[in-house]
Write a protein that binds this ligand. Structure first.
Ligand code: ADP
Ligand code: GLC
Length: 489
């Protein structure tokens, strides 16, 4: 394939700012595309917590047209993604991004999020013009940058007429719904405010418009690409998505194994790999110690890392916590989010100190330590577009217990003593009962079928979810998008 100029825009990128898996993807996929020979640049906001002094300041400011707000002036900083030559540009505008959070504070979304991210999107166009960078592909992610496909065909068409657009949906639950006045800020004309484009019940819906206008749309697993066409997983957009299935593709995320790999992981107590698993025992001991649990290498230890959000099945876990305390197991949880969950799980941990450990907060280091020190990993999501933690767990020999949805279903094969490919435990019904039975089954297997458990563990550690493979699938989608746009490459 001919080498392409790619503009990749995301609201969060590892290691600069992260609230979830989008940041992991935005930090890794561009590097894999670069390795395939493409000329790619990444753009994100310069949030307050991203230290300016570690970035390079680019002289000159970007004048960004913002409709009724007039022209606003953004500063630009740059750096590169770690261990790569991929340039990343930061849009600096104190009034929008100089805040404590990325999207919200104390659980309250910022009231001007539409303006903040329309600003990011428009800045990305202006930046390309300033750099003299003409993208063949603009690759946008989730609702934050979903207005870019239409903007490229209208407001900025003069400079981007030969550019095709690809929108990746990482999570359909968040669609970017705002007061319809956002159309004026976009400066695209009210003819685009209709139920086939940006309107949902008289409200502006950024993702809906993005799906309508992108030349290709992707989701982060094949199963999820099918699920979002149904009422159960469509969050009201199922009919709209059904109308666009011809350009919808599912591409599974990969893993950055330079970060998630127990044989080189600096965050864990002792490194290990399949030929010497003694380090995993040391990690388990260190984790039990960290959470003040009983130190015993024979008790199955189950880990959870993730946002405390309904999506992640925290309601199901809460429902069975009472029953779990009577089983011979230990559970450690790391997460933040819904207040009831932070309170409930902390309370359980304080009542059953030797069995449950909970850390409310965000900690990359602890996330690695939980992956390494646990025997099993809990991910009973109600829906899961891809899910990264279950894939990280595999590499650490920590067998996932998952609900069969989205990427969890695509990556985990249920335990069967006769299978030579199984790598975890899986249940189907979204109920506490089904989760409880599966945890019990996994724990029974740990105690009573050690040989198969260990075999599965080593098999899981040898599996690879390589970004290069995913990047090649994105190349195919780029090709499709360019053809659709009528651009010869
Ligand atoms: P989602 O993007 O829906 O939150 P993913 O499984 O795709 O789910 O990715 C979540 C990412 O965020 C993983 O890298 C996970 O380790 C990380 N993560 C989530 N919550 C925390 C936390 N409290 N502390 C550290 N890392 C976290
Ligand atoms: C979203 C999804 C998650 C996915 C991640 C990265 O946050 O909830 O399943 O892994 O994006 O694509």
């Amino acid at each position: 394939m001919k080498k392409l100029n790619i503009l990749f825009v995301a609201s969060e990128v590892v290691p600069f700012a992260k609230t979830g898996g989008l940041a992991d993807v935005a930090g890794a996929l561009p590097k894999a595309l670069k390795k395939l020979g493409h000329n790619i640049i990444v753009v994100m906001p310069r949030y307050y917590k991203i230290n300016k002094s570690k970035l390079t300041h680019i002289p000159g400011a970007l004048g960004v047209p913002m409709g009724p707000m007039g022209e606003l002036w953004a500063g630009i900083y740059s750096s590169t993604l770690p261990n790569s030559e991929v340039p990343i540009y930061f849009i600096d505008y104190e009034k929008f991004f100089g805040r404590g959070g990325l999207y919200d504070e104390n659980g309250q979304p910022y009231k001007d999020n539409e303006n903040r991210f329309i600003f990011l999107s428009k800045s990305a166009f202006m930046l390309c013009k300033k750099l003299g960078f003409t993208p063949d592909i603009i690759h946008v992610n989730d609702w934050h940058t979903a207005t870019m496909p239409l903007l490229s065909k209208t407001r900025f068409v003069y400079d981007f007429a030969n550019t095709a657009t690809v929108l990746t949906i990482h999570n359909l639950q968040h669609q970017g719904e705002f007061f319809k006045g956002a159309i004026d800020v976009l400066e695209v004309g009210w003819e685009h405010f209709n139920p086939m484009e940006f309107e949902s019940h008289d409200v502006f819906n950024a993702l809906k418009g993005g799906i309508a206008h992108a030349d290709a749309v992707t989701t982060v697993s094949q199963k999820y690409a099918k699920e979002i066409q149904t009422k159960e997983f469509g969050f009201g957009l199922e009919n709209h998505i059904q109308a666009h299935t011809a350009k919808l593709f599912g591409i599974l995320n990969g893993v950055d194994y330079s970060e998630w790999n127990p044989s080189i992981d600096e965050a864990i107590a002792k490194k290990y790999d399949t030929n010497d698993m003694s380090g995993k025992k040391a990690c388990k001991k260190a984790l039990q110690k960290h959470f003040g649990l009983k130190i015993d290498e024979n008790i199955p230890l189950i880990g959870f890392v993730g946002r405390f959000a309904e999506q992640k099945g925290i309601g199901l876990i809460a429902e069975i916590m009472h029953g779990l305390k009577d089983l011979d197991l230990q559970i450690v949880m790391l997460g933040t989010g819904e207040k009831w969950a932070e309170f409930f799980f902390s309370d359980q941990a304080s009542k059953h100190k030797h069995k449950f450990g909970v850390h409310v907060g965000y900690s990359d280091i602890l996330a690695h330590q939980i992956e390494a020190g646990s025997d099993l990993f809990l991910m009973p999501s109600l829906f899961e577009p891809c899910g990264l933690n279950q894939i990280y767990s595999l590499r650490y020999g920590t067998l996932p217990i998952v609900r069969a949805t989205g990427g969890l279903d695509d990556t985990i094969e249920n335990y069967d003593p006769k299978s030579s490919t199984c790598n975890g435990f899986k249940f189907y019904e979204a109920s506490g009962h089904a989760l409880y039975n599966t945890v019990k089954w996994a724990v029974d297997t740990y105690y009573n079928d050690k040989e198969n458990f260990d075999k599965m563990r080593k098999r899981a550690m040898k599996m690879r979810f390589d970004w290069t493979k995913s990047a090649k699938s994105y190349e195919e989608v780029y090709k499709y998008a360019l053809e659709k746009r009528g651009v010869k490459k």
